[in-house]
Design a protein around this ligand. Structure first.
Ligand SMILES: [Zn+2]
Ligand SMILES: [Zn+2]
Length: 415
């Protein structure tokens, strides 16, 4: 015969309704909460466990039929981790002590899922430009969500219109239990089709005219999303309790996940910014001044003094011109400029002037001695052929971190 311990723990009868169980649980949980009543010991765990079982239609059904022993045997269906709670009911190593060792992992534990059921979180992605992450912005996001019908207060009809579903006894779930043998139970569950898993039904003529008995209506809600200076890609902004409403369910959160849009000029790496600047060979050798339009619209003047050579692919940093730091926006990262050098077209200087240029650039290294039997060959443009792909990529890729300038020179000389 099934035992009655869980009902006794909550001080309710076997026929108690869901709301009666919840009400008693809340009252007892307040009374025996370990923070308030440390002397109560395991009492709080007991009522929590009883609540877990009796508010879960599937578990309650099994408990009603087979008692705690049934729950223990149904271990595979989500009662793992319950051994210590059973222990409390049976006084430590009680009659079932030692039988629970086999159920590993998962399941419910102390302190989890206590109190009212919680709705799902809703996640939205919001594309944000780098400018907006630099300057900060308030974005308005319109979303539609279910809110509890104001006309019927979420009852779906006038008071008393809601009746427990007869097909499932108000559980929302139909359970078929087959006893396979002594101590072995197989259970199948399916959602009740008559009440659509709600456990309650309303007569058609009683239905609230505003929500058509659905208890909720769809409303448009405008959320103000504060994109603060320095926020990052994938950063989450949470609106607590703004998720869909449902009677008896604590609404979940609306979570906005920022998605940084790619920028034409700047790439971001944490608080730092990186950009490319193409300069001519003359500028690389003789200095230059350029104006960069920053993300807040400022024009910043970048000067490179003459006489200090910029080699292709070199990187120069500008302190404090990166992204603002989140929550500390007066502090900023750095801006890095990667210099690409554009080489001149062929024959850029008249014949006679090349000698002058050579002299200016410091002349040539001493000529190599050429042995009499050395073979003379021609250099041509490099044509990619099967089997040489990796090689070309390695030497001509402009994104290469260590450009092989010699390779570029070879190419130019014979165009
Ligand atoms: Zn309504
Ligand atoms: Zn039903």
């Amino acid at each position: 015969m099934a035992d009655n311990k869980l009902y006794e723990a909550l001080g309710v009868s076997r026929t108690a309704s869901d709301s009666e169980i919840r009400r008693n649980y809340r009252r007892l949980a307040k009374e025996y909460h370990p923070d308030k009543n440390p002397a109560a010991g395991d009492k709080f765990k007991e009522i929590s466990f009883a609540y877990e079982v009796l508010t879960n239609p599937e578990k309650r059904e099994i408990y009603d039929r087979y008692g705690l022993k049934g729950l223990q045997e149904g271990g595979e269906s989500g009662f793992a981790g319950a051994e210590d709670l059973f222990g409390h009911f049976f006084g430590g190593g009680g009659p079932f002590g030692g039988l629970f060792g086999g159920f590993g992992g998962g399941g419910f534990r102390h302190g989890q899922r206590r109190g009212p059921r919680r709705g799902e979180n809703t996640v939205h992605r919001l594309k944000v430009s780098l400018e907006d992450m630099y300057n900060g912005k308030v974005s308005k996001l319109q979303l539609s969500k279910n809110t509890i019908c104001t006309a019927c207060g979420g009852e779906g009809g006038p008071p008393g219109a809601l009746q427990p579903c007869r097909m499932c006894n108000g559980r929302g779930i139909k359970i078929t239990i087959t006893q396979l043998g002594p101590g072995m139970v197989q259970q199948m569950q399916s959602r009740c089709l008559d009440c659509d898993g709600e456990g309650e039904v309303i007569n058609e003529r009683d239905r609230c005219q505003v929500c058509m008995g659905r208890k909720v209506t769809q409303q448009t809600k405008l959320l103000e999303v504060h994109v603060d200076k320095g926020m990052k890609d994938e950063q989450r902004i949470t609106f607590h309790g703004e998720g869909d409403q449902m009677p008896g369910v604590e609404p979940g959160d609306v979570i906005i996940v920022l998605q940084e849009k790619a920028h034409e000029v700047f790439q971001r790496s944490g608080a730092d910014l990186m950009m490319k600047q193409t300069v001519t060979l003359t500028e690389a050798l003789c200095g230059f001044t350029t104006v960069i339009k920053h993300l807040d619209g400022r024009n910043i003047v970048v000067k490179h003094p003459p006489g200090s050579v910029l080699v292709p692919g070199c990187i120069r940093g500008i302190e404090g011109q990166g992204m603002p730091i989140y929550k500390n926006p007066y502090e900023k990262g750095d801006l890095y400029i990667r210099v690409d050098v554009e080489f001149p077209e062929n024959y850029f200087a008249p014949e006679g002037k090349l000698k002058e240029l050579e002299a200016l650039l410091g002349g040539r290294p001493a000529a190599q001695e050429i042995a009499a039997d050395a073979e003379e060959v021609n250099m041509t443009d490099f044509e990619e052929s099967p089997g040489s792909g990796g090689f070309r990529g390695q030497y001509y890729n402009e994104d290469d971190d260590h450009p092989h300038t010699g390779g570029q020179h070879v190419q130019c000389a014979h165009q």
